[in-house]
Ligand binder design. Sequence first.
Ligand code: NOJ
Length: 544
Amino acid sequence: MIDPNQTSPWYRRTVLYQIYPLSFADSNGDGYGDLAGIIDKLDYLGGADGESLGVGAIWISPVFKSPMADWGYDVADYTAIDPRFGTMADFDRLLAESHRRGIKVILDFVANHTSTEHPWFVESKSSRTNPKRDWYIWADPKPDGSEPNNWLSRFGGSAWTYHEPTGQYYLHTFLAAQPDLNWRNTGVREAMLGVLKFWLGRGVDGFRADALTSLIKDDQLRDNPADPSYVEGVSRPADRYFETYSAMTGELTSTLSGVVASFCDVLATQDDTYLLSEAYLGIEGLQQLYGACQAHPIHAPFNFNLMKLPWQAAQFRDFIDEFEAALGPDDWPNYVLGNHDVSRLASRLGQAKARLLSLILLTLRGLPVIYAGDELGLENGTITAAAKRDVAGEAAGESRDGGRTPMPWDVDGGFSAAEPWLPYSSDWHEHNVATEERNPSSMLMLYRQLIHLKTANPALTEGDYRSLDVGQTDVFAFAREAGTQRFYILANFSDEPITVTLGRIGTWIAGSHTPYGDGVAHLGGKIVLQGLEGRIYEERREEA
Ligand code: NOJ
């Protein structure tokens, strides 16, 4: 819950929880999660009592009308709820019930492309002279009839599909069922800003902009250069070329920044809104996107870098130090450990490392982003050929189904009265909400405790961040501090115990292995950290 007595923007004082609605909770027994299911589970997420996870904001992946070629990321009507998820009345109720519990709601804004079933595309493909023709990116074949250039779809194959009746190709960065909108067209811009206005008018608190870096492409449609590191049969098919002309690079960046600024202008017409954008970029690229909304600093690109760093304390410290140093005074950091497009955190790292990294996530400066189920340590599901759903990911060389399995609420599953649309992960008997709520040292209870600790202590939200040298290369240590309050975080990245010698660092109050520490003040001397152990010490005023 967000402390209503503090005045800084809400996203500086809470955590963001991503809900993949198809897999969260099914209220009507059709096997698919829905909006009413989310409402039923809001008390699990937040509210005034200490029994909830303590989440202050949710981002809900698309719930708009869609033929579901990419499970909602192919939108046929941006201002209608897909019947699979419920009705607009359900949505309004979800918003009201979330707000009543102090939970902000962020919607997905799928701006790069629509579904081929969207009426705009139906019009656009109807003739070369249709007024909506230029709302999408159409191009003539080369003289030999082949594609206009070498751009590839992220989901495999060419990014162009030929449309026989009008004799041109249309561009799709993703599936052929997801034609790219032409963001150089003013009609598109106005219509899409209208979508933002529609949902803001209903009371949403912000958006997550999908595939943001793909929005602006080279207007001359030049070929992308080959990536020399590409290895046939080993690399992902889409990695054959750099995306020099088909995504955010060079001069395309300033045009894209203008588009992002127009989103911020709309969001800024309402108080307390926030925009997060999907951008798989290093520090320099993230900095450029932060710079896009200088007039209204209410935007941050997601920072996915911690998901890819080699498992070394120095790599994490150096990246975080560099990222912190690159941010301007108004830029608010964020860190993401998982989402519906990648393998589960606990499967990527194993349970022990997942716990340690979660402790780091929830104590760093910035907005922590949690993917539903990762707070349980849920692992990837094994999906048989017959149960596969992610045709798009499969075509890209990596099915995303394993990380999208249903949220296990209890020992019976508890997601749906029917057969779930995807099977549960096989570890759900162990990793489910009810079982973990009864185990004080479960991952869920660790998350609960750390989220409450963070949101209750200004030093852990808006306090300064400073990395510390504790004389051990395998230990990442940092301090968070505000006023007279200071926290020390020690994280042992090695599997082996490590001893650090430190002065007074306050009381050991929480940790990955010992949820509530030992409650004893460390007055100076040796501390033995177990393999992959993380600890939090709090130095209280009277000890300072
Ligand atoms: C990113 C989304 O997270 C992913 O699920 C989707 O397939 C693509 N964008 C296309 O919208």
